[in-house]
Design a protein around this ligand. Structure first.
Ligand code: FAD
Length: 493
């Protein structure tokens, strides 16, 4: 009996819980990935994400060969193709790991229904979260809306699970990649060619020959996120083994330094599992002696928990994806000036820290977290532009673009989300002075302003003769802040 394992955002063999469960049942497992036009042809698919996906899939196909079986890559609608594939291979079971996004959940529901209608089984597991969303409830039995109490409950459950050993036994210890799998025989391969309504749209019948997914992302050398399972593990090791993790606080806030892990795309595409990230942090913790280093590790763990907070929020409140969580924001009179928005998107606002950040995004497909908060606040509170414009613009460029984290980050910055603090307005100059005091980051991404003094790069007060084509500030922070507050105060509640 041949089982199928459907990869989605878990592009790895090691510590893949759904795959491990399938391989525990039978060595005859075949991997499948579906290039879904619903995702790949969406207007907000960033070229950087296509690059990351293509490279990771290429490596994944090789890993499947190494494990003795193969990865089939199909192009089309999974709801149509997967039941056909299962029928062609007479596979009784299709296994996968669950998703939190509304699109994925609806797709999975339809795939499961179609398979079950033809008498097949589905085997589903939670893999992309340390603690599944259903397990996290307040004392009243409600899902969490506030991060603080979420973190305390989540951390307690993580500690309890850590005592249970292997992830296959409900613990957190990563599971090894399957090996000694059995490949499809000649007959099955022929059946694929002849299957049902004509040949299945296999993108590459033999994964060893490689996968061709054209993309026009030119920032591969600038992007800190490296595709593929092997690179993710290497990146994790160099971050944790005596690396930036131990000085994460305050290093995480300095965009001019490589103080963060750069693992966001790996965690989004699942070339790395959250358990692998967690285990590496625990190993580092066992070795450190200073309270500063211990504190740094805790702060990094809190970031992993933010990732899970936003995922459980999207799971329980799918309406977050549609608009503001706080209803009064639905009536906010956004100014939505197209010219201002274009200047923001292209890094031409005349505010150096904002422009440097947007240029980093445009060139590398990635942006430092501190800068994501600065540019988001600027778009919403200084340019008075609907945060959903920014959310879409980020998705169209980010290598790690992820609905839950991106929507969560934008709603947090816009003050429209679950976050209890009502209005948060960043002053770009104050932020730059605090977090880029030598203007290292600003000079990196705005090379045309390298000659300008750090003080002027931070304040944005650049003399006309020194500008050399760099634009003047399109708005004045103090003025806009007052206007924004007045609009907010006038909102009907
Ligand atoms: P590290 O500092 O090393 O953190 C480790 C991991 O924790 C990250 O890889 C990420 O998976 C997770 N994480 C860290 N901070 C957050 C956070 N605030 N929310 C959720 N998860 C977090 N992150 C995305 O992965 N995808 C997005 O589309 C995304 N959009 C964002 C939009 C805005 C407006 C803001 C303010 C933040 C956004 N973030 C997003 C969160 C954060 O900026 C990135 O996760 C982080 O910069 C990635 O860098 P790193 O891997 O070096 O992170």
């Amino acid at each position: 009996e041949r089982w199928l394992f459907w990869h989605r955002r878990d592009l790895r063999l090691a510590d893949n819980l759904g795959l491990a469960a399938a391989a525990a049942a039978t060595p005859a497992v075949t991997g499948v990935f579906v290039l879904d036009p619903g995702i790949l042809e969406a207007p907000d698919l960033a070229p950087a994400r296509l690059w990351f996906l293509a490279e990771s899939l290429r490596e994944l196909a090789e890993s499947w060969r190494g494990a003795g079986s193969r990865l089939l890559v199909l192009r089309g609608d999974p709801v149509v193709l997967l039941p056909r594939l299962a029928a062609a291979l007479q596979a009784p079971v299709l296994a996968w790991n669950r998703d939190v996004e509304p699109y994925g959940r609806e797709r999975d529901r339809r795939v499961a229904a179609a398979l079950q209608a033809s008498g097949r089984r589905v085997l589903v597991d939670w893999d992309q979260l340390l603690i599944p969303p259903e397990a996290l409830r307040t004392g009243q039995g409600d899902p969490y809306r506030v991060y603080g109490p979420f973190w305390r409950n989540w951390r307690g459950q993580v500690a309890a699970k850590a005592g249970l050993g292997s992830a296959m036994a409900g613990g957190l210890e990563p599971v090894a990649a399957p090996s000694g799998l059995r490949d499809l025989g000649e007959q099955a391969l022929e059946a694929l060619e002849r299957s049902g309504a004509g040949p299945l749209p296999l993108v590459q019948p033999d994964p060893a020959t490689g996968l061709h997914l054209p993309h026009d992302f030119s920032g591969t050398d600038l992007c800190p996120c490296r595709p593929g399972e092997a690179a993710a593990l290497e990146q994790l090791q160099s971050f944790c083994d005596g690396g930036p993790l131990l000085a994460y606080e305050p290093g995480r806030n300095l965009p001019g330094e490589a103080g963060t892990s750069g693992l966001s795309a790996a965690l989004k595409f699942g070339t790395l599992s959250p358990r692998q990230a967690w285990a590496a942090a625990q190993q580092a913790r066992a070795l450190v002696r200073s309270t500063e280093a211990e504190q740094s590790i805790t702060v990094w763990e809190q970031e992993l928990a933010w990732r899970e907070f936003y995922q459980q929020a999207l799971f329980h409140f799918p309406e977050l994806a549609e608009g503001p969580y706080r209803p009064q924001w639905k009536r906010f009179p956004w100014e939505n000036d197209e010219g201002h928005f274009a200047a923001w998107r292209e890094g031409l606002t005349g505010v150096p820290i904002v422009d440097a950040a947007m240029r980093q995004l445009n060139a590398s497909g990635w942006m430092h977290n501190r800068c994501r908060m600065i540019v988001a606040s600027f778009l919403v509170k200084d340019l008075i532009c609907d945060w959903r414009w920014g959310e879409r613009a980020f998705m169209a460029r980010l290598v790690d673009g992820d609905l839950a984290a991106n929507n969560g980050g934008w709603q947090w910055s816009a003050s429209s989300g679950m976050d209890p603090k009502p209005l948060r307005i960043f002053n770009p100059a104050t932020q730059a002075a605090k977090f880029d005091p030598e203007a290292i980051y600003i000079r990196t991404w705005l090379p045309e302003l390298r000659h300008v003094s750090s003080a002027d790069l931070i304040s944005g007060a650049i003399a006309p003769l020194e500008r050399r084509g760099y634009p003047e500030q399109i708005v004045e922070h103090k003025l806009q802040q007052a206007r924004f507050k007045a609009l907010y105060a006038a909102l009907p509640r």
